[in-house]
Design a protein around this ligand. Structure first.
Ligand code: NAP
Length: 308
């Protein structure tokens, strides 16, 4: 049977998760695609690390080896930072491969260019994994946009921050204790700054902004605050008033001007995010015809737990 040849860029939490999922879901993938899905190569940084990868898969630290493959249908990218990811994906598109990325930092910066280049080379760009892992927000937005005009999007886009805020409230913990628990559970990196300082949610919000409004706000004018200033005492005081802290990324179109912020906010019981707890993500879309829609589901935590 003909097979779809896939190269994986990165074999960390996401890359290895994708590799294992392709293995365990082969039958279902074949039914959908009519072809076997075969991971033929894996790009990593450290060629000396031992990895649990089948013997016939090319493992390389040199991207030219990937480009030299005799057949390359899809490149799935799960490495970190803007570069070299952007350069690699441009080259993959020019070789005629479809691309799929989980890299929100790169895609927030270069999504537009990659989509334009892919159109030129008649290949597709998948970026559902860049925003809110287990919540199908990208395809929902695309579908809504066919007839609706979106006015505002709000989201709990970082499961680590949401987990920490939930822990602080439920277990009456200080920020440091809740962060430690997040790290113990595999929900936070050894360096959690991107998550707790709001940068991760910001990149995701910029991807949503481009999709919903066709543009992003001036990045320098976006207020970005994380959850590090929220103390255990503040959380307890809020709870006495029937309020909960949530870390909310928000973007709206005000007469053609895009206004965005990423910061903690107090929400009341009637707010759609009041009951979003732990590593859950949620996105609320306000659109002219359908009104308000809220989607919620597992964020990064689900990926980490499944791989471990
Ligand atoms: N973790 C999540 O829950 C999650 C969810 C959604 C999206 N994402 C995004 O997905 C991407 C990957 O995240 P992750 O958590 O899987 O990261 P990770 O565990 O740190 O893994 C990164 C992988 O990329 C490889 N790599 C890094 N720089 C490279 C380079 N210059 N050339 C070749 N390979 C390189 C590393 O190689 P070595 O193994 O040799 O070090 C490693 O295999 C990130 O952009 C992240 O923002 C993550």
């Amino acid at each position: 049977m003909e097979s779809l040849k896939v190269a994986l860029l990165g074999f960390g939490t996401v890359g290895e998760g994708v590799y294992r999922t392709i293995g365990t879901h082969q039958e279902r993938l074949q039914k959908i695609l009519g072809k076997r899905v075969e991971v033929v190569a894996v790009l990593i940084r450290d060629a000396r690390k031992r990895r649990n990868i089948e013997g016939d898969v090319l493992i390389t630290a040199d991207f030219n080896d990937i480009l030299s493959l005799p057949q390359l249908d899809v490149v799935i990218e799960a490495i970190v930072e803007k570069e070299p990811s952007y350069t690699y994906l441009k080259k993959a598109i020019k070789k005629g491969a479809h691309i799929i990325t989980a890299n929100k930092e790169m895609f927030a910066h270069h999504g537009k260019e990659l989509i334009e280049l892919a159109e030129k080379y008649k290949v597709s760009v998948g970026f559902e994994a860049t925003v809110a892992g287990g919540v199908p927000i990208i395809q929902t937005l695309r579908q809504l946009l066919m007839v609706n005009s979106v006015q505002k999007i709000e989201g709990i886009l970082n499961g680590t921050s949401n987990f920490i805020l939930s822990e602080m409230r439920e277990k009456k913990q200080a920020f440091a204790g809740a962060l430690f628990q997040a790290q113990e559970n595999g929900y936070a990196e050894a360096d959690p700054s991107n998550d707790v300082e709001g940068t991760d949610a910001f990149y995701k919000l910029m991807i949503l902004s481009k999709l919903a409004f066709g543009k992003q706000p001036d990045w320098n004018k976006v207020e970005i605050a994380g959850i590090t200033s929220i103390t255990g005492e503040l959380v307890v005081e809020a709870q006495k008033l029937g309020l909960r802290f949530k870390h909310i990324a928000s973007v709206q179109n005000v007469n053609g001007r895009i206004i965005a912020s990423v910061k903690p906010a107090l929400v009341t019981r009637s707010h759609p995010f009041y009951h979003i707890e732990g590593v859950q993500n949620a996105v609320n879309i306000q659109a002219d015809i359908v009104g308000g829609i809220t989607l919620s589901g597992p964020g990064r935590g689900c990926i980490r737990r499944r791989v471990r």
